[in-house]
Design a protein around this ligand. Structure first.
Ligand SMILES: Nc1ncnc2c1ncn2[C@@H]1O[C@H](COP(=O)(O)OP(=O)(O)OP(=O)(O)O)[C@@H](O)[C@H]1O
Ligand SMILES: [Mg+2]
Length: 452
């Protein structure tokens, strides 16, 4: 617990203020004193307090108003009311409005201390809970989802390499999760409190990449009117993720090799060697060994990067992960877009499972996000997966060339007509085929004016 944070004491009676302060000080608890409700309300507006000890009857603002103000600025604030016999009922009322407790005057010092210490402990637990909840929520997006043996193996490898600052090379097709894996390595390492910075080497020409990574000195080139630190400096102590390393020019590869071998670099236009401690994780969507064989990538740099290499298999080679990933993305995007989507109906899952996912997890994530957006009433339909549904529909009743220009609604209508034909007009069976409720089917039949 933050021992430094004082307890806010609000009382218009000087002797009572002093008594409260001295009693608490005896137990090493620091206080900040306010002479009336108005001053107290002002302080509450300026700073979050964990515990507030307030008189009930005061001019301007009474204890109830202080309670409201305190809870408004900090819902986790523990407010303890100090009350005389005459106002005990109001104090009891106040606990129903969210006050933590009350102390009746005259009080035994030990009773006051006990109540305040309990309030402090309570506030600490609340804060801890909130922190953990945020951590879990924050983690959710960064989790490596998958139950296939390949993903389990990958997770084991990440856990093994994370603690060591070795250079790591991640290979995998586009969208397989290379950046996610790099982030996890960083998060599971001792550097996790330091920055993690991704940079796409393919996005910048050599000279810009150099000044971006190493920085430049004043006057290094036209427009360099002051020194600028590079990413290696900014990220010092942390991890730099060099994405699309295969697109780095041979000239620049030499400079990168020096940083990796010696931990030093020279700024653009500078002469001094700068020393840094940066963990480098590189990624390539083309097999780097093949680039080496083709003479486009330096062998020495490859060996240096390849101290540890992780291979992320494409999604089509671990289709077992599709359902879990899809469920995760449905949960993620239905929360984001405020929709209630309790499950993924079998026909939708069948499409997801049978598609080859050339864009891997990213493509799956995007498809699910679109489906969630287009899903009007909480029930996912194959037609909500436009591009994939079009794939599935090829060769069916809808002419191939037309599918691309169909709207979501038209596709949905087509799906329903096809299902109705298959179920020979039986609505219950049609609803089952589509994975929606009979009521929802009935509404859609009316909406699309489908004749039966
Ligand atoms: N196993 C996984 N579990 C959960 N989310 C994943 C997984 N793999 C990838 N993703 C998500 O898919 C998206 C693409 O992943 P990422 O950007 O890491 O891929 P990449 O391999 O770096 O792609 P590119 O080569 O195109 O840069 C991200 O939103 C990422 O969070
Ligand atoms: Mg990437």
């Amino acid at each position: 617990m933050d021992q430094q944070q004082p307890i806010l004491v609000i009382d218009d009676d000087l002797r009572m203020r002093q008594l409260l302060r001295d009693t608490l000080a005896g137990a090493g608890i620091t206080t900040e004193l306010c002479t009336d409700g108005r001053a107290g309300a002002e302080r509450l507006g300026q700073q979050k307090f964990d515990v507030v000890l307030t008189d009930l009857k005061m001019p301007f603002f009474d204890g109830i108003e202080i309670l409201e103000k305190a809870l408004h600025t900090n819902p986790d604030c523990m407010v303890v009311l100090v009350t005389g016999y005459a106002t005990i009922e109001s104090a009891v009322e106040a606990t129903k409005k969210g006050a933590y407790d009350y102390v009746q005057k005259p009080f035994e010092p030990d009773d006051l201390l006990l109540t305040v210490q309990r309030a402090m402990e309570h506030a600490r637990l609340r804060r801890e809970n909130r922190r953990l909840r945020q951590q879990v929520e924050g983690c959710r997006g960064e989790e490596l989802v998958g139950e296939s043996p390949q993903i389990k193996h990958l997770k084991d490898l990440i856990a093994q390499v994370a603690p060591f600052s070795t250079t790591t090379l991640i290979n995998g097709e586009t969208g397989t999760g290379k950046e996610l894996v790099a982030k996890l390595i960083h998060q599971w390492s001792q550097r996790h409190k330091q920055p993690f910075l991704p940079i796409n080497c393919g996005a910048l020409p050599e000279n810009l990449l150099e000044s971006e990574l190493f920085g430049h000195v004043k006057g290094a080139f036209t427009g360099a009117d002051q020194d600028k630190p590079g990413l290696f400096e900014t990220v010092n102590g942390g991890t730099l993720f060099l994405d699309e390393i295969d697109s780095m020019t041979m000239g620049f590869q030499v400079k990168l090799l020096r940083v990796l071998q010696e931990g030093t670099f020279i700024k653009v236009g500078g002469r001094e060697h700068c020393q840094v401690d940066v963990r480098v994780i590189a990624a390539s969507s083309r097999p780097l060994s093949e680039e080496v064989e083709a003479g486009r990538f330096r062998r020495d740099l490859f060996y240096r990067l390849n101290v540890v290499s992780l291979e992320i298999p494409p999604l089509r080679r671990r289709t077992q992960d599709i359902p879990l990933l899809a469920h995760n993305f449905v949960a993620k995007y239905s929360a984001k877009y405020g929709k209630q989507i309790p499950n993924i109906p079998a026909p939708v899952m069948a499409i997801l499972n049978n598609y080859s996912w050339p864009g891997n997890v990213r493509e799956l994530e995007n498809a699910v996000e679109r489906a969630v957006i287009f899903c009007p009433d909480g029930e996912l339909l194959p037609g909500h997966l436009p591009a994939l549904a079009a794939e599935e529909q090829r060769g069916a009743t809808v002419p191939e060339n037309d599918t691309d220009s169909l709207s979501i609604e038209e596709m949905e209508k087509n799906m329903i007509i096809k299902a109705l034909q298959r179920a020979e007009g039986h609505r219950g069976m049609t609803a089952q085929l589509l994975g929606i409720s009979p009521v929802s089917l009935w509404r859609k039949i009316k909406k699309y004016e489908i004749s039966m």
